[in-house]
Write a protein that binds this ligand. Structure first.
Ligand SMILES: Nc1ncnc2c1ncn2[C@@H]1O[C@H](COP(=O)(O)OP(=O)(O)OP(=O)(O)O)[C@@H](O)[C@H]1O
Ligand SMILES: [Mg+2]
Length: 358
């Protein structure tokens, strides 16, 4: 049994060459997991400093491996791009050949569409904790209530929450080499959280994350030829960093919905998310304001949507039922279909379905 404090002390004995501080004190250690006889974390550094930090990662691994009782150490070096540096991926037929070639050389272009899935819709937010997963689950249920066949994929590698929100658990079954999605509240559901122990989630960062998402997208039996899935809702991880960029480049998205709270900080992040989608030519179908009310304010997202010239899809009040329903695995849209929240989601779903041509 290795103590977290011993791991932190060992990390601080390794010097961060840039700040001169101990490695843990430097703040570069992300997602530290210490469990029984193993430990792991991501070392998140600026892209230009990857070469500088490779030996630091090795030193950190070596320092942890010699701790008494330590069996397995995994340290992943991830490069965080400075905002504005990432190159766009050319995806539409309208772009010049040179632009397309440049896009191919610089960034992966999505190749694998999941079979028998008509539309793929991303739910995104610049900022964490704004209600993205809550919206993803309830919007999916509202689309299903319109008679559509709907799947939901939890691609949030930082904090998969679909298992809790939909009340599903257990490794998915495999049949003829395909993953059989769970069924819950009329939705076909798959989560990165079902493929890994929760405290292993951090190992999905970086390239492994996008590989895992691609697998869940393309190897899950979302639909069959006789009964295709109308729409697959994808709950993306929050933020606008490298992981998100890679995911949206590799995922064949037909549109994105951005969730924000009315606060200025969240709106600034929503703006960044919109810019990220513009770069990869994924249309932003609109902005949803969540947690509207006396605590966080009201109307900020509507004004922001006007500034960005994207549709405002509606607002959702701060509502105890939404939170409790999420915690209990009973989304209000399916648990209370005639309630106020279900009504709001029905109106949002109508606009989203129209925008997707469904
Ligand atoms: N309108 C709302 N009213 C009350 N509680 C809400 C509302 N929307 C979300 N919540 C609650 O806020 C918390 C965060 O919501 P959620 O997990 O959906 O956010 P998220 O953006 O997906 O977060 P993360 O960045 O961690 O993935 C949850 O406990 C959820 O139940
Ligand atoms: Mg979430």
């Amino acid at each position: 049994m290795v103590e977290r404090s011993a791991v932190i002390a060992a990390l601080d004995a390794v010097m961060d060459p840039v700040s001169g501080q101990g490695l843990f004190a430097s703040g570069l250690v992300q997602g530290l997991v210490v469990a029984e006889d193993r430990a792991g974390f991501a070392l998140e550094v600026d892209r230009s400093l990857v070469a500088t930090y490779a030996p630091v990662r090795d030193a950190a691994e070596a320092a942890l491996k010699v701790l008494p009782g330590m069996n397995r150490v995994s340290v992943i070096l991830t490069a965080e791009a400075k905002p504005g540096l990432a190159k766009p991926a050319a995806r539409t037929a309208g772009l010049s050949k040179a632009a397309v070639d440049q896009g191919r050389a610089k960034a992966p272009v999505p190749t694998d569409r999941p079979a028998h899935v008509r539309r793929v819709l991303a739910i995104a937010s610049g900022k964490g904790g704004v209600g993205k997963s809550t919206v993803a689950v309830n919007l999916a249920a509202a689309l299903a209530a319109r008679g559509l066949s709907v799947g939901i994929l939890d691609a949030d590698v930082y904090g998969p929450s679909l298992p809790t929100m939909l009340g599903i658990s257990g490794q998915p079954a495999y049949e003829d080499g395909a993953i059989v999605p769970h069924q819950a509240h009329g939705l076909k559901a798959m989560s990165v959280g079902l493929l890994t122990r929760m405290d292993d989630a951090m190992i999905w960062r970086g390239p492994m994350a996008s590989q895992a998402i691609t697998q869940m997208l393309t190897q899950t039996r979302w639909g069959v030829a006789e009964a295709p899935l109308d729409v697959l809702v994808v709950d993306l991880p929050p933020g606008t960093g490298d992981v998100q960029l890679t995911l949206i480049q590799k995922t064949p998205l037909d549109g994105a919905v951005i969730v924000s709270t009315p606060q200025e900080v969240a709106l600034a992040d929503a703006r960044r998310a919109h810019t990220l989608f513009q770069r990869v030519n994924v249309p932003t179908l609109g902005l949803i304001e969540n947690m509207t009310g006396p605590i966080f304010g009201q109307g900020g997202a509507k004004a922001e949507a006007e500034r960005l010239s994207i549709p405002f899809l509606g607002d959702l009040p701060l509502d105890a039922g939404l939170r409790e329903g999420g915690d209990a695995g009973r989304p209000p849209v399916s648990a209370d279909p005639s309630g106020l929240i279900a009504g709001r989601f029905a109106a949002i779903a109508e606009q989203v379905a129209a925008a997707l041509g469904l």
